[in-house]
Design a protein around this ligand. Sequence first.
Ligand code: FES
Length: 885
Amino acid sequence: MVTLKIDGESVTAPTGTSILEAARAAGIAVPTICWDPRIEPIGSCRLCLVEIQGYDELVTACQTEAKEGMWVTTHNAELDAYRRTELGWYAEHASAEDLIAHPDKELHRLMARFGIESAGCASPAKAIDASMPQIRVDMAKCIDCLRCVQICEEVQGASVWHEVGRGDESRIVPKHGDLLSEGACVACGACTDTCPTTALTDAGAMPADSWTRTTCPYCGVGCELDIGVAGDRIVAARPARDAPVNKGHACSKGRYAFGFTHSGDRQTQPLVRKGRAWEPASWDEALDHCAAQLAEVIGRHGPDAIGVLASSRSTNEDSYVAQKFARLAIGTNNIDCCARVCHTPTAAAMKAILGAGAATNSFDDIERASTILVAGANPSECHPVVGARIRRHVVANGAKLIVLDPRAQALSEIASVHLALKPGTDIPLINAMAHHIIASDLADKDFIAARLDEFDAFAAHVAQFPPDRVADICELDAADIRRAAEIYAGGGPAYAAHGLGLTEHVQGTEAVMALVNLALVTGNVGGPGRGVNPLRGQNNVQGTAHMGCDPGILTGAVALEEARGDFERAWGAELPKTPGRHLMKMIDAAAAGELKALVVIGYDILASLADEHETAKALAKLDCVIVIDLFMTRTAHEYGHVLLPAASSFEKEGTFMNAERRIQRVRKATQAPGAARADWDILCALARRMGCETGFDFPDPQAIWDEIRAVWPAAGGITYSRLEAGGIQWPCRGESDPGTEVLHASEFGHGPRARLRPIHYHPTTERTDADYPFLMSTGRNLYQFNVATMSGRSANALMRPTDTLDLAPADAARLALTDGELAQVESRYGSAILPVAIDERVVEGRAFATFHDTERAINRVTGPHRDRMVGAPEYKVTAVRIRPV
Ligand code: FES
């Protein structure tokens, strides 16, 4: 620490702090224009000049380190006169209207503080660029501070903006093309967020009356956002600068895809189907109807004829109540959620080997790793804030990067090795890497001796996967496999991040086990920067499953039969004895006429599940489908009997659990429209109508959370009041426990030693042949999210209005298909028509399609195969044929 005097006040600050930061921490306001804590200070505006006793010249406070014993003056007549003159120049770039519309921009705040009026800046048409729907560019307002150039490069890892010309002639322009949309802009909004003028603003932005801190409703990264509300409408979303995950950054979904909240087609009133028509109903009428329908099914067929599907977009509190509702109000273990089709393979694999089905590390460990292995994930599109952190760490810090992905992607361009494996061949590839590591004496012998069992059997097993043989199976070069293995094991911590490219296969669970084996034999578990980390898809998918929305587990991811007694005592009721069906088995049971009713919360299963024709046939057989959602989804529209309007996460209180086990608060920023209610409130009301007088009488989400932490000791120390200061990662057993950044540091979840598992390769039966010559995988695009229930009703929809079928240029040429032309893609299970996107990232003989457009419905093409252990559908491998329409 250092102690110095600033404006006569004694100030103590950590060593290495700038004078500016030391002054601000002490509440002394030093004016700045070009400074932003997220980027390197370059000292271009010189507004922060200060005097230091004994120095001949004024210095910039943003670039000068605070030193012991300094005497600093930040304000005197001379300094403020200088600032006034400078601001007078800058004021030529501020119009009177801008000062009113954007009072928070730094230039405008300083002009108000120093009493400087607008010089009346006009914006000629050529200065305006509205080519991106999210970002408005008005370069007449640019003061050339370079913050946009820096933040794009240093935070997002892109170079969309650059400076041309010199001195007075210099100006900021898009690096590629005349318009912003012509370059590599991904609409992350970092440039508008940092711009101190109205040169770069959020399109259509309005001043907010109030700001509420909450957690993003999109992917599992868990970015904290400040939501701006004017009247009863959300008008802006800004990344929280002090958030541990996103650190002042966000992606296009977090920043701009909130418009669904006020979409005109939000459900605002319960609807009950009478014949084919929907009729509005009061809550009492709708809930009485639901209770009667469910009671009738129970009376006729028993409680196991009903299934409940919880939502991974709901809060932990909603999901806890959902599984309690299934088990106590209905009396069935038929409870599941969308984790079944994404990362249940991960949870099962990691629980089996490590004793905990969750990420071993924090996102902060990305920067602590020497090597990053991205397996079956495209973070730049699907988890963009993590993608940007990985990119920065590779480009700026020189970390090594290995990418396993059948397609090229933004990260593969900067990777040391990109293994574009044939879809479905992850297991032989990872086994071959393990074999090469062991054969090359690169395994971590100390870690193996101290913490692992059955190494010899494992080594003998992977010896059957020499890179030279596996190269053919995976359609790779053996030298690349060896190189990737050597880099991964080559010293320093290695951080693995994996996604659905690894899990959505017939051997998804086993592929994750293979990855865990690889991490273990190299000692890459249990330390900073070392670990296995699933990039969870939906905002609260980790939490919803962890709350017990899985037929075999209870809250805290404990096995039902192990914890039955504890929960029966806590809940004061017996738990159902019959093992539950998971999501896919519920669909099978519906098709077989054994399941009669389904409660579906925030999940458009008709559009989301693979092999849509079979899903549709199953749903058509149900006597009662109760949908709780924000919108009339395809599931509700085509097969629903009751639609209950739900509140979005912007409209309720609660918590989410992100992909790194961090519990974070969700806060109400605006009122739910009409009669929409939070899921927990709806389910509690329904449970009470079904005769559960106790156990469903929570006054608010905090009371639910308190019950959750009472039954889940590993979250016992996480209270709402502690969460006011920021998220906490479980395990956190007491209120003085800070939480756990890295799991398995000294012990695994089940004990001191882990057992390596030999993973055999059983290739999918889904094969290409002369009739179906292409292998198609499906996945996400940057601007949309899942089946676009939310993102499709936002500004982002303009960036990605439809799905595409991405083909290699040579394949498109052979099929006589041009960019944008419609093609029919047909599998053994069904067909769809999509516009073609010719994409050099796709390998010949393969195709890639997004799955956001429920009209295009690519899941009519995906097939019936499922993971051998947990039933996740094989979305990543479908043999198809393609022809022009
Ligand atoms: Fe220090 Fe601009 S803020 S020079």
